[in-house]
Design a protein around this ligand. Structure first.
Ligand code: COI
Length: 361
């Protein structure tokens, strides 16, 4: 697919856009256009185009509104010092989008078409890619998503599906920026179970995390950490991010991938960057009671959350029914080193030895 534009106009005046880009926040503002394609069983994917960003018209009987047949992705476009715009490992998002679609009974989109849709949108809305402020993480957050638009109330995979890509200029996900965040460990709620949709990036996973996120907020925390649904003994992941710990022997530890953990692109990049920086990385089950005791004993030196939106955000404290477990008031040395190195690759300030980056314009 080509995702051609059909004579587009800008929705937003230059001065208004510049004001937004000066302080974009996260998820608040949207670019002038979006990519769109439709799918039906007889035609496959068709009608691909770049169109104005505008409200959608949906039948109230659209299956997604009733049965949540929807998947999405999140990736970023980075403006470099020379003005060029780059993507970071978009094929990894495209592959995960295929796996998510397959799990939700949605049609798979070719990875090349997934990347073509994103690149066409970025070219149309290149003016919306922020220039990072001094040492900042401003970028254009790209949100591809696919949903069951067929008006039908029977429970089966839909025969009409829409795919869109929207863009949103973004600064730090957490209002506190790179300052350490606090994490609530919920034992009340689970995010995903074996054989469920935990590894798929589908809206339902995020919807079911919201009540736990509210529990976290009521306990003064900005994110929630879920344990596995079976034993409730092992750390799995945060509401929308993966979690890492740094132990006293400078080992970077994270829970292993399973069908109840999102296979994060940032997670896999952090593991590789850590190895490149000479650190030992360990993917193993993390028993919550043990890791909390290790935090108390000072044997866990650092902890952080990671994801496309969060990049690498230090964790200052874990809280649970058992009390508070302080990791540190400042971002840890290794956390900052990994964060800066990853950002340096993404913004072209460090050599991309793994061929992760791809120029768009
Ligand atoms: C991302 O990091 O891209 C996500 O989709 C997570 C969400 C918290 C914004």
């Amino acid at each position: 697919m080509k995702f051609d534009d059909k004579g587009l106009a800008e929705r937003c005046a230059d001065a208004e856009r510049e004001a937004i880009l000066a302080d974009p926040g996260f998820g608040l503002h949207f670019t002038d256009h979006m990519a769109h394609a439709r799918w039906t069983p007889d035609k496959g994917w068709h009608d691909d185009a770049i169109v104005p960003h505008a409200p959608l018209t949906l039948s109230p009987a659209s299956a997604v509104l009733h049965y949540a047949q929807e998947v999405f992705e999140g990736l970023k476009a980075y403006r470099r010092a020379d003005g060029s715009v780059w993507l970071f490992r978009p094929e990894k998002n495209g592959e995960r989008f295929q796996r998510s679609a397959q799990r939700l009974g949605l049609p798979e989109l070719d990875v090349d078409d997934f990347i073509a849709s994103i690149e066409a949108l970025i070219r149309a809305d290149a003016a919306w890619v922020p220039t990072p402020h001094d040492g900042g993480e401003e970028s254009l957050y790209i949100r591809p998503f696919m949903f069951a638009s067929e008006p039908f109330l029977g429970v089966r995979a839909a025969h009409e599906v829409d795919y869109y890509v929207i863009g949103s200029p973004a600064g730090a996900y957490f209002a506190s920026g790179v300052a350490p965040v606090s994490i609530w460990i919920t034992k009340t709620y689970s995010r995903a179970g074996a054989g469920g949709t935990g590894a798929a990036k589908c809206g339902g996973n995020y919807a079911s995390s919201l009540i736990a996120q509210q529990e976290a907020a009521e306990n003064g925390c900005s994110q929630v950490l879920f344990a596995d649904a079976g034993s409730k003994q092992h750390a799995e992941e945060l509401g929308g991010m993966n979690v890492f710990f740094l132990d006293a022997d400078d080992r970077l530890v994270t829970p292993p991938l399973s069908d109840s953990i999102l296979h994060g692109v940032t997670r896999s990049s952090v593991l590789q960057v850590a190895a490149d920086l000479g650190m030992e990385t360990v993917e193993r089950p993390i028993v919550l009671d043990e890791v909390l005791q290790e935090i108390r004993d000072g044997r866990i030196r650092e902890a952080f959350a990671c994801g496309t939106a969060a990049v690498i955000t230090p964790i200052g404290v874990f809280k649970s029914d058992a009390g508070e477990f302080h990791v540190g008031d400042d971002a840890g040395e290794r956390t900052l080193q990994l964060r800066n190195h990853l950002l340096d690759i993404q913004y072209g300030r460090a050599e991309d030895t793994h061929g992760w980056t791809r120029q768009v314009c």
